[in-house]
Write a protein that binds this ligand. Structure first.
Ligand code: FES
Ligand SMILES: [Fe+2]
Length: 337
């Protein structure tokens, strides 16, 4: 595929679409979106090391007053903050008689089992052992060596992000009936954007897709306009890469919000009662901007976060349907290709 030149729409942050093309009259992308290209990119992603780290939650969702329960590949976990603000994670079942520790209270950083009062301060105690935790400032990762089965790494592979001091972040979490690879495959198909999400994207062109035998990962280079309202659009250039097997990062490299990143993390949850896999999608949007109004936007972050999350939620309703469909076809041996 050709190497992209400068973004065609220049550096104008906002644009007005003069000649909107009807949805059904845009250029079909299916010939370019070769199943073998997507599968090759997925295969490369799946062979990258994760060090057995799994994203479990947004950092800000772990508070000092109550614990959070999560399940990773059938392993029940509880997370909370100790008195000094540190996040701890460990088995979600009490070592005494198995109470669900996610329902226990935290008092001054100590989690106290509500069945018989066993107190956990984050250190190993009475058969309960913490697992390694990494708080990257936006997301919390846990390392589960028995679940991952890879060689462990000291820290997870966190995508490059804008300077946190000048950034605004929001995290969306959703769940689907599929495996993590189905979520990753959806994100490694940038061609579906303007067709499948016409309410959010227009004028999408994939300028570069990785060669099927490409060793280094330069990713997919996509020019696309985000729809703001009516005919007002934000043209950007975005680069999609998969830094590890359960993450796809979309970096905005030109246009409004240059330096921002949308990270999609897929974490296996376990099997549902019918034996089907469940996957959590944790998507972090970390926005950077040089525009003057951005400092004000940061100050308004608590107000803006739900808006950013709602936008991600709408996209993910559709993208989870895509991922679930891919899993259903794979599970029944009907996946094309
Ligand atoms: S089950 Fe937790 S203390 Fe008994
Ligand atoms: Fe999508």
């Amino acid at each position: 595929m050709s190497v992209p030149g400068p973004a065609p729409r220049g550096r104008l942050p906002l644009g007005l679409r003069r000649d909107p093309v009807a949805w059904e009259r845009q250029k079909p992308t299916w010939r370019q979106a070769k199943p073998s290209t997507i599968e090759a990119a997925l295969k490369r992603a799946l062979t990258r090391p994760s060090g057995n780290w799994f994203v479990v939650a947004a950092s800000r969702d772990i508070t000092a007053d109550r614990p959070l329960g999560r399940t990773v590949s059938g392993t029940e976990l509880v997370l909370w903050r100790t008195a000094d603000g540190r996040i701890v994670a460990g088995p979600g079942a009490c070592p005494h008689l198995g109470a669900p520790l996610k329902d226990s209270p935290v008092r001054c950083g100590t989690l106290i089992c509500h069945w018989h009062g066993l107190a956990l301060d984050g250190g190993a105690h009475a058969g309960w052992e913490p697992v390694p935790v990494h708080d990257d400032g936006v997301l919390v990762w846990v390392r589960l060596d028995t679940v991952g089965g890879e060689e462990s790494l000291d820290a997870p592979v966190v995508p490059t992000r804008p300077d946190p001091a000048a950034a605004l972040d929001a995290v969306y979490t959703g769940f689907g009936t599929c495996e993590p690879q189905d979520v990753i495959a959806n994100r490694l198909d940038p061609w579906h954007g303007a067709w499948f999400h016409p309410y959010s994207f227009v004028d999408l062109t994939v300028n570069r897709a990785p060669e099927e035998d490409e060793e280094d990962e330069e990713g997919f280079v996509v020019d696309v306009s985000f729809k703001l309202a009516g005919r007002v659009v934000v043209p950007v250039r975005a680069v999609f890469t998969a830094p590890e097997p359960r993450t796809v990062a979309m970096h905005i490299t030109e246009g409004e919000g240059e330096g921002s990143v949308v990270e999609t993390h897929a974490t296996p949850v376990g099997l549902d009662p019918r034996g089907r896999p469940r996957t959590a999608v944790v998507e972090a949007v970390v926005c950077a901007s040089e525009r003057p109004g951005f400092a004000a936007a940061r100050a308004a972050a608590p107000l803006m976060r739900p808006l950013v999350r709602a936008a991600a939620g709408r996209l993910w309703r559709d993208d989870l349907a895509y991922a679930e469909r891919r899993w259903a076809l794979r599970a029944s041996g009907r996946f094309p290709g």
